[in-house]
Every structure is written in C-alpha cells, then in structure tokens.
Design a protein around this ligand. Sequence first.
Ligand code: NAP
Length: 247
Amino acid sequence: MDFKNKNVVITGGTTGIGLATAKAFINAGANVYITGRNASNLEKATAAINNPNLFTVVSDTSKLEDISILEKAVAESGKKLDVLFLNAGIATFEPIAEVTEANFDAQFNTNVKGHFFTLQKLLPYLADGAAVVVTSSTVATAANSGASVYSATKGALNKIAQIAANELAGRKIRVNIVSPGPVLTPGLETAVPAEAKDFLAGATALQRLGDPNEIAKTVLFLASDDASFITGTEIVADGGYLNYALK
Ligand SMILES: NC(=O)c1ccc[n+]([C@@H]2O[C@H](COP(=O)([O-])OP(=O)(O)OC[C@H]3O[C@@H](n4cnc5c(N)ncnc54)[C@H](OP(=O)(O)O)[C@@H]3O)[C@@H](O)[C@H]2O)c1
C-alpha cells in the first residue's frame, strides 16, 4: 500500500498497535507523528523504527492542554494531515462494585474525551479527503463482566466516530472504526493476568491472540483509497472472538 509523502498522526504510537501501525505507515512511505505520555517511551519507539520520517510529540491525550501541544506541532509542520489514527487507550477491569472515580475518569478522559478533542482540534488541519480511524474494541459489543467502564468508553467512541463520519462527509473525510479482539501488546499484558491470555486466545475461533501487525494492516486498509466507499463503520479484527462466543 502506498502512502508516499502522506502525513499521518497516531495518538498512542509508542507501543503495541500504535507502534506497529506507525512502522507500517513508515514502510509505506508516510511521514508519521506519534504521541505518548512521556519522552522515554517515544525515544524507544524512535529507536525501534529508526527512520527520519518519524516525528514524536509528548502529549497526554487525556489533558486538553497537551492536545494543544499536538495541535501546535501539526500547525508548525505546515502540513495537512492525510490520516489521523486515534489509538491511545487504557483499560482496567474490575466489577462495578469496585470501580473508583479515579479509574472511571482516567479511562473516559483517555479513551473518549481525549479522542473527541483531538479530532476537534485537528479538524482544521485535516486535508479534504483525509481518513480518520479510531481504535475501539470488541468490548463495545460484548458485555464481559468486569469491563463495564472500558466497554462504555469504546461504545461512546464508536458513536462519536459514526457521527463524525456524517459531519465530515462534506469534506470527503472518511471516519472508521477498527475493533480488535485480544491482541498481544504491552497494554494487554498489563491489563490482564498471565493466565487470562490463554483464556482469551481460547475464546477466539482461531484459537490465538492477534498480532499488532494484523491490526496495523486493517488500519492501513481503512486509511487507503482501497476503502474509498467505506465510512462510518467498523471492521472487527478479532480472530472470530465475538462470533465464537455465540457458539
Ligand atoms: N491489545 C488488545 O487486546 C486490544 C484489544 C482491543 C482494543 N485495544 C485498543 O488498542 C489501543 C492500543 O492498545 P494496545 O493494546 O496497543 O496497548 P499499549 O501497548 O498499552 O498501547 C497504548 C498506547 O497508548 C498510549 N497512551 C495511553 N494513554 C495515553 C494518553 N493518555 N495519552 C497519550 N498516549 C497514551 C501509550 O503510550 P505511553 O504509555 O507511552 O504514554 C501507548 O502508546 C487502545 O485503544 C486499546 O483500548 C487493544
């Protein structure tokens, strides 16, 4: 897939799905800006990708003032964005009885509010015909115990993406959702205990966890001209996780 000289912003590009997608866009010829909460993870990502077309911005998407830092970096680049991949995300799993206000706010501020205002602030910098992709999750459809807040954030994000697709269609900007099932990333390893990884792999039709590169390929497809008639919808890349649960 060719993204030569295209300009891409990826929030949460330091590890996991975001890093794999940054690599894929770089390999396809794009200039890629990645964000993360701290310089150290961004330096590791820079070393891993090792390409002059990668740029980094320290920006915590849960904070409006940090979204402004990203906006300033984009403005100063003088470039219009061809792709915006809203991917940063955090998850904690606990029963409703144990959810704290701090955990609730952290997940909503990152997974919903952060994406909403990043999209809003970067709207003037999106090229007409640009593609926006958001990382949701199968949890938006499933109703797993312990995932109330995380699932609610992804459900909210899906609705924002669907409405953005309608609002931005006049500028020929497409907005789509990628919903991974269980994918082996540092985020998954932090969010669930080691034994849960086997359980999650066994809960997919393909009987394995996904690889971040498999999600990256889906994102590049949605961002490409090959997806020119696709907007306001979701691609579920989950190894059959949701379907298998219905067996
Ligand atoms: N792995 C899965 O099984 C799975 C399944 C469905 C959906 N997802 C979704 O996929 C996305 C990526 O997750 P992942 O699995 O790749 O996890 P990951 O390896 O933990 O990656 C998360 C990324 O988000 C960044 N991030 C987190 N909070 C941030 C904030 N406030 N501001 C800016 N960046 C922030 C992290 O950067 P720093 O830590 O450097 O700040 C990191 O680059 C998330 O939206 C997640 O909900 C994952």
